[in-house]
Design a protein around this ligand. Structure first.
Ligand code: BMA
Length: 326
């Protein structure tokens, strides 16, 4: 997986890849910008499910491959979906895909059009045939992230209920399902009103949680509302392993906020939007893939033990986090 050591003289717990951005403007003939995207290791190389905004302005999702996780070849045609009977079943638009392997199947969750923004769900085993499943929830919803294994016998998904527009509110919720069709046991996980103003407006799950001995490590985005619009930063939380709707710790301060020019300048300035990680359990290395300024794909790094220590030592829960568990 990609890796660079922390730059000399830096004491940051998360640091940027020196070759950022990985993907810039007009990456393929039909696409204008590729950003908020997900990757996984697959058959000795890396596979990616990319959010690509086309020149007609519509967001679609595309497949890409890379030998090293850094240099990507992305198909110019969007992924073609079929329904479970094998008939074409194409979403009107699709954005912010998350990719997760559960047992022998890869699942993709994205924001789809279901009379407005809602979660779409599909699966593939070979990255050749992509099968759409039922939309998990009614509108409006965004930022669906499946856990990488069943917990207590059920699939578990994080999401952010929202509205039909550029939602000026939002908390992270969790639902369970025995079969990926029927969802219930809904719980609130984390609230947006933590003291840190970088996450005061809304929060949304980012990457698939990483299982650690200290809990599920979740990278998420937090949004603040300024006189010039929203600013998207990245934080992290540790959720209880057996009961992941319970927050153990979450970062009071952001881990990454728009500072680099590719984060502060672009189609939508001031956006850092994590959607995926690669994790090597032998070395504890984590590579975090994030969208920058709704224009670029970028990469950052951290070490799992350092990050867990940092989260525990710099944690502040929101006033009504864990209210069901008191
Ligand atoms: C959110 C989503 C993201 C986007 C962000 C900033 O509502 O649409 O895809 O990165 O806004 O524009």
């Amino acid at each position: 997986m990609p890796w660079q050591d922390r730059p000399e003289g830096s004491s940051e717990v998360v640091w940027r890849h020196q070759g950022n951005p990985l993907i810039g403007w007009n990456p393929t003939p039909s696409t204008a910008r590729i950003f908020n995207s997900s990757v996984a290791a697959y058959q000795g190389e890396f596979i990616g499910i990319f959010r690509a905004d086309h020149r007609d302005g519509r967001a679609r999702i595309h497949l890409g491959k890379s030998p090293d996780g850094l240099n990507w070849t992305i198909e110019d045609e969007p992924i073609r979906w079929v329904d479970e009977a094998g008939n074409p079943y194409q979403p009107n638009y699709a954005y912010d895909p998350r990719l997760v392997k559960i047992e022998d199947t890869y699942y993709i969750i994205w924001c789809t059009d279901f009379s407005g923004a809602a979660l779409g769900l599909g699966k593939t085993k070979d990255f050749k045939t992509f099968v759409r499943l039922e939309n998990p929830y009614i509108p409006y919803n965004r930022n669906g992230v499946l856990f990488p294994r069943k917990i207590n016998g059920n699939y578990v998904m994080l999401c952010r209920p929202s509205d039909g527009g550029h939602t000026p509110f939002g908390d992270i919720f969790l639902s369970e399902s025995p079969d990926l069709i029927y969802w219930g046991r809904h719980r609130k996980v984390m609230s947006s009103n933590a003291g840190g103003w970088w996450q005061a407006t809304k929060i949304g799950a980012g990457a698939v949680p990483i299982e650690t001995t200290e809990g599920w490590l979740l990278f998420y985005h937090g949004v603040s509302w300024t006189c010039n619009g929203f600013v998207y930063s990245m934080g992290a939380a540790l959720l209880d392993l057996e009961c992941p709707s319970k927050v153990l710790y979450r970062t009071r301060d952001y881990l990454l906020t728009p500072e680099a020019s590719y984060e502060t300048m672009g189609f939508v300035p001031n956006v850092v939007f994590p959607c995926a990680t690669l994790h090597d359990s032998d070395t504890g290395r984590i590579a975090i893939y994030y969208g920058a300024a709704d224009t670029y794909l970028a990469l950052a790094y951290c070490k799992v033990d350092e990050l867990i220590r940092h989260i525990k030592n710099n944690s502040e829960l929101a006033a009504n986090d864990n209210e069901d568990y008191r």
